[in-house]
Write a protein that binds this ligand. Structure first.
Ligand SMILES: [Fe+2]
Ligand SMILES: [Fe+2]
Length: 306
């Protein structure tokens, strides 16, 4: 569906295959978020950024449209809204995907390595996403985002930082994440979260999406941790073992301290919170589908043999 006034934005967007679009966005995100130094090419770079932001916006607007069927029964009373949001766990897009019991019980080490390679490559860095999302937020949500960020930072200890914990698992399994070896839905998931956290018109989408991660991660992380344990991976599985329990607490606090006060004081942002959550879960569901297509599809035996 093209909206009046957005036609010129949608034309280049529609001409791109999703794989091409999301590879370009992933490469651009990698470049633009990298700490850099002044350089002579900055004007050309800013013009290119504007083109990419238009593509990014078009992709997000298209995904917003796809989320609408899930929002038909969204209540607006604060307590009902929080209950509706919490009910996404178990019944939202991609929930209870059969990929995860299979990873826990059946996957080979090679299968697990391939799955983790996709996940690591699409990982946008929860810590940075939270840090960017908290800018100018009201006090109660801002404080909870700070507490969540501090946990991501290992409460000030390098050994407890979540990002490097995942890096250690990737190193132990000799994973070498690269955009060109990543299925596009995994790149799209990372691109969506980066778009939310770096774009102020999607500020509340970011809070909904990151809240949906906290809400739904424990079930998936527990299955991955179980699979890693079965495959003989010891201390390095800590990232998944930790998120299987810690995110239960993070989710409760997120819903109480971020969603509930916003629902009471900023009813105009409710739909954005809900859209962000649904869009994040839909992006995840597409990943699981793509992973199953590779891990369970006709080429799986070939891939294992190679
Ligand atoms: Fe974390
Ligand atoms: Fe968390």
């Amino acid at each position: 569906m093209t909206r009046p006034g957005l036609a010129s934005t949608f034309r280049p967007f529609d001409a791109l295959e999703p794989a091409t679009l999301h590879r370009r966005l992933a490469e651009w995100n990698h470049r633009r978020l990298n700490p850099a130094l002044p350089h002579d090419d900055w004007e050309r770079e800013l013009r290119a950024d504007a083109e990419m932001r238009l593509l990014e916006g078009a992709a997000i607007e298209r995904a917003r449209e796809a989320a609408q069927p899930w929002l038909a029964d969204m209540p607006t009373e604060p307590a009902d809204f929080v209950a509706w949001f919490e009910a996404l766990q178990g019944r939202g897009p991609g929930e209870n995907d059969p990929l995860f019991p299979w990873l826990a019980e059946t996957a080979t080490l090679e299968d697990m390595r391939w799955f983790l390679l996709q996940e690591v490559a699409g990982e946008a860095g929860f810590d940075d996403l939270v840090a960017m999302a908290q800018v100018k937020m009201p006090i109660r949500p801002k404080l909870e985002l700070a507490r969540n960020y501090w946990d991501e930072m290992g409460r000030g200890r390098e050994g407890g930082m979540h990002g490097p914990m995942l890096d250690r698992l990737a190193q132990a399994l000799d994973l070498r994440p690269a955009i060109e070896r990543t299925v596009w839905p995994s790149l799209a998931l990372g691109n969506t979260l980066v778009a939310f956290s770096t774009t102020r018109r999607y500020a509340y989408h970011a809070l909904g999406a990151l809240g949906a991660v906290e809400l739904t991660a424990p079930w998936r992380a527990a299955h991955v941790a179980e699979g890693l344990k079965r495959l003989g991976i010891g201390a390095e599985r800590k990232y998944f073992a930790l998120h299987a329990t810690l995110d239960v607490e993070h989710s409760k606090a997120w819903n109480e301290e971020i969603l509930r006060p916003l629902a009471a004081e900023r009813p105009d942002c409710l739909r954005a919170l809900a859209e962000g959550a649904v869009m994040r879960l839909q992006a995840g569901a597409k990943c699981f589908e793509a992973y199953r297509a590779t891990l369970w599809g006709p080429d799986a035996a070939l891939r294992r043999a190679s």
